[in-house]
Each structure stands twice: as structure tokens, then as C-alpha cells.
Write a protein that binds this ligand. Structure first.
Ligand code: DLL
Length: 436
């Protein structure tokens, strides 16, 4: 296979050279925030650190962490490091609670971001001969604008569809011969489902690859999407705070996502103590953006639980890899005292159903006891099965959930199409306990 690099020099750089580049950029960035962001300077002073204490990436640990609470405190301009007249763009998080986080970009920041996304598109096999259908939401959410910018950079013919209007997505896909689809994995699954419902097969479309991210998805879900759309599905990771999609991307080996280390230094920490953990440990992912001008974040705690690896990759890239995020430390549910990640439930469902069913996890509290229900949608075929078959499936699911989680869930099998489909990030969990 032809090598798919957008920037070979960076993507395949020797580790020592990368560390030197990161060190140089970190030192410059620390000085930039110290000089321009009083909020940061205060945080550093509180920890007794000055820019003189940071001479290389080995000194990174000395810097204070930054959390979402800091960004909310500073809303909207408190962490801005450049004059507004130098900023050309604002994007914002999709958060539904509390104040949103707004991120600012200079033109250089937009260029860096789009360059990172161009690396992801190239790694997925994208070239200027491709037609790239962007079905992430456009607007304040970074998905649409991020993939759009990267697609332009690569020179693909870009279809800025945004999300929604699924039948029209498929019509355009067929009429214009889209070869790459970019959207959330849950929306990709929905597009696949609709394609088949419209009476088509993957042979009727020209898609070859998908670039899916913005929410957790399992390997099982990957296989199902690949099959329903006849494509190879690639993961892409990012967050608004550090620019958007493209912080990390998957190559053809698909054993984790390469982090664009020339722009983002990654660390894994113990979420409880803040201690930096060695490579290979599971913990909270922390990013330092060393090239961003307008909204640089030093040691930003993502809340994503992850493992980093420097294992040699067959694609030739030397960029460190992160595994698929295993959930967020703040998305973890504690049900009856047990830690439950929605991804664990998805793995069980996909195993028992042999395909992704649509599902929803509903947690509530009656008196002082948590209730835990998993609603699982039956397919049309299953719905017409005998009551005995359905009861057997319910029993198997129930047993598998107990085996994996150690607690019992009420399994409710529901009619086809009764669980709402998602065009963006799927809502898998309804935790009614928070409303009390
Ligand atoms: O979701 C940026 C994005 C857009 C990434 C399009 C990929 C594709 P936020 O809305 O700020 O930004 O949400 C960031 O989403 O901290 C993760 O918890 C989650 N997330 C993003 N990508 C992945 C992924 C965008 N590939 C938060 N797998 C992050 C699992 C992901 N979770």
C-alpha cells in the first residue's frame, strides 16, 4: 500500500528529534501564557513555578493542571492569550450543563487544526481525487468545520452536508459519488440502517472510508458500520478545548490513534492523585497544546480514560498512540456502588445480538436504592420471533450483564424504531438521579 502521510517529516520523526521540538515549543508556550494570561500566571505563582523553571518537556510535571472548571471560571475571555483583533474564529463545546466552553483561534491556529485533520484524512486514504461528505454538525460544534477544513486542505471535493436529513444524505452520496464519509459513529450506523431500508446495498454507493469520532464506539460497532456501508472505518479524536477533531487519528493498522505530538503533548495521570503514570498505564489523558496561540492550554485534564503506547506501528509513524477512550471519568456511572461504563454494556449487547442494537441505559433512584434498566430495541425479524425466543434472549442478556458488571439490570426489550436515532452524539444514558 502506498504510504499515506500528509507530513512525513513530522509523522515519522525520530523520538529524540520530536522531544527536542516539543521542548522548544513548550518553553515558548509557557512564556506566552505567563506574559499574556493573568489567570495562568496566578495559577503558576500559586504552585511556585515561573517560566525559568521550565526548560524542557522533562519539566512539564511542574506546571499546574487546568480543568474544565478553570475554563468555566474564565468564561468567556479569561484564558485568551492574544488580542481579540488577532482572533478569527470561535467554536464551542456541545456541553449541555453549566456554562459552555468557548475556544478562540487565530488564523495560525485554524491552519494548525486543519493540518492535523488533513493528516487524519490522508491516513484514511483520502487524496484530492476523493469526494468527502461531511455529515458532522456544522456551527459551534467543531466536527463539521474541522473535517471541512481538513478536507479542503487535502484537496478533496468537499460536501458540507452537516448532520440530519438522512435520506438526502444518501441521495447525495449516490448522485455525487462520495468516497469518504465523516460523521459520528452513531450517525454512520443510522445512515447504514437507512441505506438498507431504502432498498440499497453498499454496492450502490462509492464510499470506501469513514472518519468517525466525537463519541465512544466499540470495535464491534466498527465492524457493523463497515459491513453496512461497505467501507473501512477510521477513528478520530479531539476536543473543542484543544482545537477540535484531529488531536489524534487512526492509521491503517487501527490499533490506536496517533497523537499529533508536534502540537499536543500527552500525559496519563492518576485521576485521583494527579500523579503522572508511566507509558502503558490506564488513567486520565492530559494535553498541553504547544503551538496554539489564542487559547493555549497547559496540562488540560480531559477526563477521558485512556492508555498511551509507543509500540512500533506498521504504518511507519512514530507519533505516540492513544487507545480508544475507555469512557470519561465523569461519564462513569456508579450504580449500586459499582463503577459502570456504558461501553461495557455496549460490548455485551453487541456480543449477544451480533450487531449493534439501539439501546438506552436508564438509571433512577427509588428511596435509597438505585434502579438500573437497559432498554434494547429488537429488530423487525426478532420482533416477530416467538415469545419463547424473546424470553431466552432477555435471560441471556441479563446473565451476561451480571457476569461483566457484577450487578443485575432490568432488561426491557422494546419495539423496532422506538429508541430515538442520533444524528450527532448519541444519548445512551438517562440518569434521572441527577434531577433529584
Ligand atoms: O467531539 C471533537 C470531535 C469532533 C472529535 C469530530 C472527533 C470528531 P467535544 O464536543 O468538545 O469535541 O467533545 C470532546 O468527546 O473529550 C471525548 O470524551 C469525546 N470524544 C471525541 N472523540 C472521541 C473518540 C469533539 N474518537 C469529547 N472516541 C472528548 C471516544 C471521543 N470519545
Amino acid at each position: 500500500m502506498a504510504k499515506r502521510y500528509w507530513n512525513e517529516k513530522i509523522e515519522c520523526m525520530e523520538l529524540s528529534e520530536m522531544k527536542a521540538l516539543q521542548s522548544e515549543r513548550l518553553v515558548r508556550q509557557v512564556k506566552h501564557v505567563w506574559d499574556n494570561v493573568p489567570y495562568y500566571r496566578k495559577k503558576m505563582e500559586e504552585k511556585g513555578v515561573t517560566p525559568d523553571d521550565v526548560r524542557s518537556i522533562d519539566d512539564l510535571y511542574k506546571l499546574p493542571f487546568l480543568s474544565k472548571a478553570d475554563l468555566r471560571d474564565g468564561y468567556p475571555y479569561g484564558l485568551l492569550a492574544m488580542p481579540l483583533s488577532e482572533c478569527v474564529r470561535i467554536q464551542s463545546t456541545s456541553g449541555t450543563t453549566g456554562k459552555r466552553v468557548v475556544a478562540f483561534y487565530t488564523q495560525n491556529d485554524v491552519d494548525m487544526w486543519e493540518d492535523c485533520v488533513a493528516r487524519a484524512i490522508t491516513a484514511a486514504g483520502g487524496t484530492k481525487d476523493d469526494v468527502c461528505q461531511v455529515a458532522y454538525g456544522y456551527g459551534l460544534f467543531t466536527g463539521g468545520p474541522g473535517l471541512n477544513g481538513g478536507s479542503h486542505k487535502v484537496g478533496c471535493l468537499t460536501l458540507p452536508m452537516s448532520s440530519g436529513n438522512t435520506e438526502r444524505q444518501i441521495q447525495f452520496m449516490m448522485d455525487l459519488g462520495s468516497t469518504i464519509l465523516c460523521c459520528t459513529p452513531s450517525y454512520a450506523a443510522y445512515i447504514g440502517e437507512t441505506l438498507h431500508e431504502m432498498g440499497h446495498t453498499p454496492d450502490d454507493i462509492k464510499l470506501k472510508a469513514g472518519i468517525f469520532g466525537a463519541e465512544p464506539w466499540t470495535e464491534e460497532m466498527r465492524h457493523q458500520i463497515e459491513e453496512s456501508l461497505g467501507i473501512k472505518a477510521y477513528d478520530i479524536y479531539g476536543l473543542t478545548e484543544t482545537s477540535g477533531p484531529g488531536v489524534a487519528f487512526e492509521c491503517e493498522e487501527q490499533t490506536g490513534m496517533h497523537i499529533n505530538e508536534d502540537n499536543f503533548i500527552a500525559e496519563i495521570i492518576d485521576p485521583d492523585t494527579g500523579e503522572v503514570l508511566p507509558e502503558g498505564s490506564k488513567g486520565e489523558l492530559v494535553f498541553t497544546s504547544i503551538t496554539k496561540e489564542a487559547f493555549p492550554l497547559l496540562r488540560y485534564r480531559t477526563r477521558d480514560i485512556c492508555i498511551l503506547s509507543r509500540k512500533k506501528c506498521s504504518c511507519g509513524r512514530t507519533l505516540i498512540k492513544m487507545c480508544k477512550p475507555m469512557g470519561r471519568s465523569d461519564d462513569m456511572l456508579i450504580i449500586k456502588g459499582v463503577n459502570v461504563f456504558p461501553s461495557q454494556i455496549e460490548t455485551v449487547l453487541l456480543k449477544d445480538f451480533n450487531a449493534t442494537p439501539n439501546y438506552q441505559i436508564v438509571v433512577d433512584r427509588v428511596g435509597t436504592t438505585d434502579t438500573f434498566e437497559i432498554k434494547v430495541e429488537l429488530s423487525g425479524d426478532m420482533f416477530s420471533d416467538t415469545i419463547k425466543d424473546v424470553a431466552a434472549l432477555e435471560k441471556k442478556l441479563s446473565a451476561d450483564i451480571v457476569q461483566i458488571l457484577g450487578i443485575k439490570a432490568k432488561i426491557t426489550l422494546v419495539e423496532p424504531k422506538s429508541i430515538p436515532r442520533s444524528e450527532g452524539k448519541a444519548v445512551r444514558v438517562i440518569d434521572r438521579r441527577k434531577l433529584v
